[in-house]
Write a protein that binds this ligand. Structure first.
Ligand code: COA
Length: 327
């Protein structure tokens, strides 16, 4: 029997500073009522100047290592899902490796926006199933406040900072990632992107004025895509595992908008008490959102051995991905 890739420890970190809807009311023409009714978000966390993406990742991984009773030198691989890397080079994963002293690991980033954790887990799964590596850290970590335009009320209300991590190891008892799926459509990349600051349009101070070095989004188009493809991606991994929708114990969706999550639950015919929601506290933390929600659920004792856990995400690319776990 080939080994499965099982999560044996989780951890998460959000910075202490809160940006509430009341704070945003003072900064922009918006209201708590509008934000909450359109998104479900009450507040988000902001890292500030002294906390980097890797700092948040390190805190989340420390907790995951502690729960899994693994020491840093046992880790074979560090995969960081992030689109807000500390440096343009090297990867944030290499910075994390240094900060946590993981001398035996290879470290690299997976850049797939909000699908970063699921795709990182898929990479971990393939290395574990092929028996190349045994213990892998996957972390989703983002400092989205650094790429958010706080003059744009249609985007800045959504995003926050944080990190969530998992230690994944080989398991020969049928537990772990049962199936995984990912797809993208690069023709739609301008629906959600940061146009400048990369190689094509290198940084220029004018960008700060026109906002092109910050996240830009066509919200209603992204919304429609999300509801459609999150459903398709969910059904795909359930079918690939030879299971049916009613078998699912818990859904941990990307935390982007409560209305998207409710729309997904309705189409899946899953009641909301089986769906993890924490976006009221943190907003959308991109690749960190699913592992933070998974860690909070795990620490609350809501996960039992054998539970079938569906994780599903969408984001800039456009990209969408899903993963089905047997806990
Ligand atoms: N406060 C008050 N009014 C706002 C506002 C805010 N923060 N943001 C937008 N509006 C206004 C718009 O200006 C517009 O006004 P108008 O009709 O006078 O032009 C009106 O609200 C409706 O705008 P629209 O963009 O159609 O709102 P919406 O109902 O689609 O909600 C989002 C906007 C962003 C909440 C929603 O589209 C969404 O969540 N999309 C998905 C985004 C997402 O998940 N992105 C991350 C992907 S990983």
């Amino acid at each position: 029997m080939k080994p499965g890739a099982r999560i044996i420890g989780t951890g998460s970190y959000v910075p202490p500073t809160r940006l509430t809807n009341a704070d945003l009311e003072r900064m922009l023409d918006t209201s708590d009522e509008w934000i909450y009714s359109h998104t479900g978000i009450r507040e988000r966390r902001i890292a500030g100047d002294n906390i980097s993406t890797s700092d948040m990742a390190v805190e989340a991984i420390r907790q995951a290592l502690e729960m899994s009773q693994c020491s840093p030198d046992e880790i074979d691989m560090v995969i960081a899902g992030t689109s807000t890397s500390d440096y343009r080079m090297p990867s944030t994963a290499c910075v994390i490796q240094e900060k946590l002293s993981m001398p035996n690991a290879v470290a690299f980033d997976v850049v797939s926006a909000c699908a970063g954790f699921i795709n990182g887990l898929a990479v971990a799964k393939s290395f574990i199933e092929s028996e190349v590596y045994e213990k892998i850290v996957v972390v989703g970590c983002e400092k989205l406040s650094s790429v958010t335009n706080y003059k744009d009320r249609s985007t800045c209300i959504l995003f926050g900072d944080g990190a969530g991590a998992a230690v994944v190891t080989s398991d020969r008892n049928g537990r772990g990632v049962l199936s995984t799926f990912a797809k993208s459509d690069g023709t739609q990349r301008e629906l959600l992107w940061i146009p400048s600051g990369g190689i094509k349009y290198p940084y220029n101070p004018d960008f700060t004025d026109n906002g092109s070095d910050k996240l830009q989004m066509k919200g209603p188009d992204v919304y429609k895509f999300a509801v459609r493809e999150m459903y398709n991606a969910s059904v795909k991994v359930i079918e690939d595992a030879g299971l049916d929708l009613p078998d699912i114990s818990l859904v941990v969706p990307h935390q982007a908008n409560i209305r998207i999550i409710q729309g997904l639950a309705k189409r899946l015919q899953v009641s909301m008490d089986k769906v993890v929601v924490n976006l009221d506290k943190y907003g959308n933390t991109s690749s960190a959102s699913i592992p933070i929600a998974l860690d909070e659920t795990n620490r609350a004792g809501r996960l039992n051995a054998g539970d079938l856990v569906l994780m599903v995400a969408f984001g800039s690319g456009l990209i969408w991905a899903s993963s089905l776990l047997k806990w």
